[in-house]
Design a protein around this ligand. Structure first.
Ligand code: ADP
Ligand code: ADP
Length: 248
């Protein structure tokens, strides 16, 4: 059963239009329909500018689509249309669907211990501080980091380790869906495999559903069950990794 369903989702950016210039209109996402099956990994693959990040931001509600519908289905619940969520439902959704970014360094505070940053989400959602910090240590172990490293600062970690911290921070909110936007693209190829293996293990262990965004078809083929190929904002092809790879 699908945990996320996208039905003809569209998003247009309008920019400029000042000093008599005409507005520039970018159809970043055009009528995209997709299903993410529970417990599976769906790859969104496309060149830079094909609309992958815009789509991801609509799913985590950083952006509102102009058209179409996105439904999220929690276990034992009926589908919720993201456009019509109450504030309480929206707060719940923000936990259920977490995002990891290409460069977690950009979103980590350089002056705060990484463990505190992993604990921050749960603390904001009402978890007692001591409990959230203890959980951060467990999450570090889960993603293959030394629990004592929670006391360190972001600059003390390598790129691969920082991606693990970004994962720990996303997992702290116990999401059901992880949206990973180019999570290994900034890493050396030798480290990419380790982070992909970690993602695959976490998905299995935690029963996550994974939306994996990448420009790299080879990376997608390593981790995805199904792949949707985007071009100029639209899905132009969808199928199993094997099907996508052997298509002309
Ligand atoms: P990516 O291709 O990985 O999404 P980009 O380097 O294209 O990254 O974009 C980086 C940031 O700039 C993003 O926040 C994106 O929304 C924004 N951006 C991209 N293209 C434009 C544009 N034409 N006008 C304004 N902002 C843009
Ligand atoms: P991708 O993630 O595949 O690189 P994006 O979703 O970042 O694609 O971009 C899709 C299109 O939308 C591109 O043409 C990009 O320049 C444009 N775009 C992205 N963000 C913005 C923005 N904030 N303002 C205007 N245009 C944008």
């Amino acid at each position: 059963a699908p945990i996320l369903t996208l039905d003809r989702v569209s998003k247009t950016y309008r920019s400029g239009g000042w000093l008599g210039r005409s507005k520039r209109v970018t159809h970043a996402v055009r009528e995209v329909s997709l299903e993410l099956l529970r417990g599976s990994t769906l790859g969104i693959v496309g060149e830079s500018g094909s609309g992958k990040s815009t789509l991801a931001r609509c799913i985590v509600r950083l952006l509102d689509p102009d058209d179409g519908h996105i439904h999220f289905t929690a276990p034992d619940h009926s589908p919720l249309d993201l456009a019509t969520l109450s504030r309480r439902q929206l707060r719940a959704h923000s936990r259920h669907v977490q995002m990891v970014f290409q460069d977690p360094y950009a979103s980590l505070n350089p002056r705060r211990r990484v463990g505190e940053q992993v604990a921050q989400g749960p603390i904001v959602h009402g978890t007692p501080r001591a409990q959230a910090l203890a959980r951060a240590r467990e999450l570090f172990e889960l993603v293959g980091l030394d629990p004592d490293a929670t006391r360190r600062y972001p600059h003390e970690f390598s790129g691969g380790q920082r991606q693990r911290i970004g994962l720990a921070r996303a997992l702290a909110l116990e999401p059901q869906v992880l949206v990973a936007d180019e999570p290994v693209s900034a890493l050396d190829v030798s480290v990419q495999g380790q982070v992909l293996d970690l993602l695959a293990r976490l998905r299995q262990q935690l029963g996550l559903s994974l939306l994996f965004i990448t420009h790299d078809l080879r990376v997608a083929a390593q981790i995805c069950d199904r792949i949707a190929v985007m071009k100029d904002g639209a899905v132009v092809e969808a199928g199993s990794a094997a099907q996508i790879f052997t298509s002309p």
